[in-house]
Write a protein that binds this ligand. Structure first.
Ligand SMILES: [Zn+2]
Length: 198
């Protein structure tokens, strides 16, 4: 994979060419995949206040006049890593307690309201603007996905932490792309075994 493709990973390109998550869950998937620890830190799409602002704007999560401070960007990154931890827990382990604390703190200030369309359809919408509204939207998506059951298929890769949507019948996928991360994990185990044998 060349650098151009790597830079598009998690946004225009899915690791392993997997199909993206359905409906609004795709937005939450993009949020988690706005960074990957295998890539240079300066590639973090919400790494600074300016980057976070343009990413949120691009995703329709901020209005044109909304501002983003460095502290806002930092709390977004903290929330992202907590949601990533929750997705990794979908591999079958209990979720990390610190991650739950972060998500709970974000939820404590998030304000959501139920909107009703002309056709009677209801939707969870943020009741505030700005970064608080963006956080509320993301948490609303997390809640919706848990109700539909889609959330259990939103997994964090055991190796690289990418969020991928597991469409396998028995929800057994453990790596974002078996050909990359799966083999990498296996190779490491192989070298470990070989190392301990000598
Ligand atoms: Zn991976």
């Amino acid at each position: 994979m060349d650098e151009r493709d790597k830079r598009r990973l998690g946004e225009q390109v899915e690791p392993g060419g997997r199909p993206k998550a359905p409906g609004r869950l795709e937005l939450l998937q993009r949020f988690v995949n706005s960074y990957n620890h295998d890539l240079p830190r300066e590639w973090d799409r919400i790494g600074t206040a300016a980057k976070a602002r343009s990413w949120l704007r691009e995703k329709g999560l901020l209005a044109p006049g909304d501002r983003v401070s460095a502290a806002d960007a930092a709390r977004l990154r903290e929330l992202r890593e907590a949601i990533r931890a929750l997705a990794i827990a979908n591999q079958g382990e209990p979720p990390d307690a610190a991650a739950i604390t972060v998500i709970r703190a974000a939820a404590a200030t998030a304000q959501l309201s139920v909107s009703v369309g002309d056709d009677g359809r209801t939707a969870l919408e943020p009741a505030t603007r700005g970064v608080d509204g963006a956080v509320a939207t993301l948490l609303g998506i997390l809640h919706e996905a848990q109700l539909t059951g889609h959330w259990l298929r939103m997994k964090g890769c055991r190796q690289c932490g990418y969020a991928f949507f597991d469409r396998s019948k028995n929800r057994s996928a453990a790596w974002c792309a078996m050909s990359i991360c799966g083999n990498r994990t296996k190779n490491r185990a192989y070298y470990r075994r070989r190392g301990s044998a000598t």
